[in-house]
Write a protein that binds this ligand. Sequence first.
Ligand code: GDP
Length: 291
Amino acid sequence: MMFESLAEKMDQTVRKLRGTDKITEANIGGALKEVRRSMLDADVNLRVVDQLIADVRERAVGSQVVAGVEPGQQFIKIIYEELTRVMGKDAAPLARRAAGSGPTVVLLAGLQGAGKTTAAAKLALYVLLVACDVYRPAAVEQLQTLAGMIDVDVFTADLELGAVEIARRGLTAAEEGKYDTVIIDTAGRQVINDKLMRELRDVKAATRPDDTLLVVDAMTGQEAANLTRAFNDSVGITGAILTKLDGDTRGGAALSVQSVSGKPIKFVGTGEKVEKLEPFFPERMASRILG
Ligand code: GDP
């Protein structure tokens, strides 16, 4: 079962709890330290870890052990439940605009190399992709190549027009065409770049996206918390896509994103290929983070 790996790791504690009918600070203190270390190893942001440990402690200490349940198992279950709760519990689908009120618009934002262009192509099922990375002509080609593999149309315009105008025209093209969803790929940007952050806000204002997704590279590690906070404060996001989970990261960034912004991770990228995008399942991620 799901809790097994952690249970094995915390064998000592689980054994120590055997036969007790009450979970106390004394009998779980060591285990909480172990969980804390495990989460830090998985790149969960320090502050996020400490909040989580405090929540687990508060729920666990003093709790009466349910008859017929191993106290160790009960404790581990609390840890999983808290982890899963922080990550939003259920899978979160893309937003959908009501029928008849125009196409659904999804705006992708994030750092350079996070995987925005790749994610744009991956998200495409029956959509018009709008290439708005006006600073990197190769990104437009990359999007066209990826979209070509899955037979999806891309809207492009003279890059001199700028991101806002291209986005606006792309939306008009979608409304006039057969498209029910528009996905806007944007240039990578650092949060300290005021000009580019303003551009992103302007693209957002001009297209009124239903979803504004921050694309976060899972390898960002602890920094994912600051990154998410900064993008959310500056532009406002509705969710995130966590990419490159196929790497050797344990994915602690997932916990940071959710806990800092309160916004769900909607998808995870699990490879470079276009089909490598999966809905995000908090429970699976909880197992992975605990190792
Ligand atoms: P952008 O600058 O944010 O648009 O990033 P790109 O979409 O160009 O991606 C940067 C690099 O990361 C490319 O080499 C992608 O193939 C790669 N990449 C994107 N998503 C994933 C993923 O989920 N897994 C892996 N392994 N590589 C990815």
